[in-house]
Design a protein around this ligand. Structure first.
Ligand code: NAI
Length: 256
């Protein structure tokens, strides 16, 4: 499918996992892609991979917790490609896995800085650019953990609940200008983020993976490409009547 021909798409956290698969899928749909991340070697590798398939792609180092850098980088993306049509707020961290009463203020703030403040900064910087393009689409990565609870990673739950609600509020603010804002809610996806949680778990990586698989009625965790497909849909005009919505892609996790 070529639903994004010549659309300029910026993906934060584009170097690994869901972000990397999203860059690839958007490119396959005809987009021009800005890969943004803090891991430069892997980010450049994604850019090179896309370019080798004929996609107009570029890489920028961007830490989404730095408001000035966010402003300058999204401006540079728009100058490099001539416009910005789509922003995918994908960069995220899982943070500490402790009971709430053991979490320090610093640990709490670290997760909020990336998962919530980062989304806020990127939206703030992107809005004038999307307005200039005559409209656009913002896709925010929330989580099943932004919808239901579980007894783990408390700051992460709070951050993803915030992203879900920010998406709806921003959708209402910008709908009259043709800027759509939606959230995506993945179940567990086997990426570096989840592999790190598995490695740090008490039961060990293999048992952790088996337990995770069992939590999804479909019988296994998801792949980054499962989420990238949903993001591409929300980015495209197939979703032109979709804003303020939450796209759950979770193998049935939240259907219980
Ligand atoms: P990942 O850890 O594989 O990739 C995250 C990417 O974000 C990495 O490339 C990392 O370098 C980048 N990043 C981290 N901090 C950054 C910062 N300050 N500025 C810019 N980039 C930064 O994670 P994964 O699993 O691909 O997750 C992507 C998004 O999807 C996250 O927002 C995550 O919370 C969300 N998600 C993931 C799920 C999963 O099971 N993997 C489930 C539900 C949501």
């Amino acid at each position: 499918m070529q639903r994004l021909t010549d659309k300029v798409c910026a993906v934060t956290g584009g170097a690994h996992g869901i972000g990397r698969a999203t860059c690839k899928r958007l490119a396959q749909e005809g987009a021009r892609v800005a890969v943004l991340d803090i891991t430069d070697e892997e980010g450049r590798a994604v850019r090179d991979d896309l370019a080798s398939d004929g996609t107009d792609a570029d890489y920028w180092h961007l830490d989404v917790t730095d408001e000035t850098a966010v402003q300058e980088t999204l401006q540079a993306v728009a100058e490099r490609f001539g416009r910005l049509d789509v922003l995918v707020n994908n960069a995220g961290i899982s943070g500490v896995n402790k009971a709430p009463h053991e979490v320090t203020s610093e640990e709490w703030d670290e997760v909020m800085a990336v998962n919530v403040r980062g989304v806020f900064y990127c939206v703030k910087a992107a809005i004038p650019l999307l307005r200039k393009a005559g409209g656009g689409s913002i896709v925010n990565l929330s989580s099943i953990y932004g919808i239901v609870g579980a007894p783990d990673i408390p700051p992460y739950h709070a951050s993803k609940g915030a992203v879900r609600e920010m998406s709806k509020t921003d959708a209402l603010f910008y709908a009259p200008e043709g800027i759509r804002v939606n959230s995506v809610h993945p179940g567990f996806i086997w990426t570096p983020l989840v592999k790190a949680m598995a490695e740090a778990s008490e039961e060990g990586k293999d048992a952790f993976r088996r337990n995770l698989d069992d939590l999804h009625p479909i019988g296994h965790v998801g792949a980054p490409e499962d989420i990238a497909a949903g993001i591409a849909y929300l980015a495209s005009d197939d979703a032109k009547f979709v804003t303020g919505s939450e796209l759950v892609i979770d193998g049935g996790y939240t259907a219980h």
